[in-house]
Design a protein around this ligand. Sequence first.
Ligand code: ADP
Ligand code: MG
Ligand code: MG
Length: 352
Amino acid sequence: MKKKLGLLYGGKSAEHHVSLQTALAVINALEHDKFDIHPIYIAENGEWIKGPLLNGKVESVTSLQFSHGEALPPTALAPTLFQAEQSEGSFDVIFPLLHGPNGEDGTVQGLLELLNLPYVGNGVLASSAGMDKVIMKNIFAQAGLPQVNYVWFIRSEWEHNREKAYGVVEEELGYPCFVKPANLGSSVGISKCSNREELEGAFKEAFQFDRKIIIEQGIEAREIELGVLGNDKPQCSVAGEIIPKVEFYDYKAKYEDGNTALIIPAEIAEDEYAMLQELALRAFKALDCSGLVRADFFLTKDGQAYINEVNTMPGFTPFSMFPLLWKHTGVDYPQLIERLVELGLERHEEKQ
Ligand code: ADP
Ligand code: MG
Ligand code: MG
């Protein structure tokens, strides 16, 4: 029996275009004799559109063309899914291939929980805690995971007394520091600052994307990432290294210029790998993750590891780090997708 899979993609987020690439890749890779795929597109304005499959090539976002079916206002979605249940048979599983706010942050997961539909990836709590860098870091701190120092502000605090906010950053962290919107990904709105003038610009920029921002001590380190896959007994992939050829791993380096080298497996010592694995699994457990995460670390020259973040729905094209890490670990792209579906179904059953 084919599984009826609802593929949610797009999303009302600055990472909308990343999701388009991912969705197309997943559609191409899913075994069509095992899955009956029903794409549901979420437009940038938040409109939900049920319709035909995306087509195009997974090379760049701009090469995508897609045709859509019937548009549904967001509030019509839930009844629509229910209707599908009555008339055409229920979805067996939903794959929310969404990055960033309104998708990777627990909102869509909450809707799916209410609809009692099994879905791929992290649940409500891990998704929302993982999306907010401040909450995530607070949880990691409580779990004793090593991190760089950070401070955070909400917009109104900063508007009330800007000098004070800059002073706190300079006193507690110094330069260089990184200013980031608390709830985003793909490096959107992130700046590296080396002085007060840059700090002021960076605050303005980051607050355009979020009412809450985080500022971290800048660190000189290698960037090493590990994939984690599983539910109660998660496993780690090999480690990979990112070598951006720009100042830091910004949006352009991630998706546009193709100039970033991904080195898999990363050339790190056995004991460093063992340490990172242990930290990745502790991070997974601390956030109560399920399905998957990509755990991202900084590794300094003297072998000190700091967790930077986890991504609860990491970039997922066949050329993205997470699938490549698993490929090198012995799980190819179609197998990985199937495994994720199984894990989603397993979690749903265990909850019942
Ligand atoms: P996102 O969730 O958007 O990927 P990150 O926190 O991973 O945001 O930051 C994006 C990139 O910025 C990192 O991959 C790294 O290159 C750089 N970066 C972020 N924080 C720091 C830091 N504290 N020190 C040095 N580089 C950093
Ligand atoms: Mg991220
Ligand atoms: Mg990152």
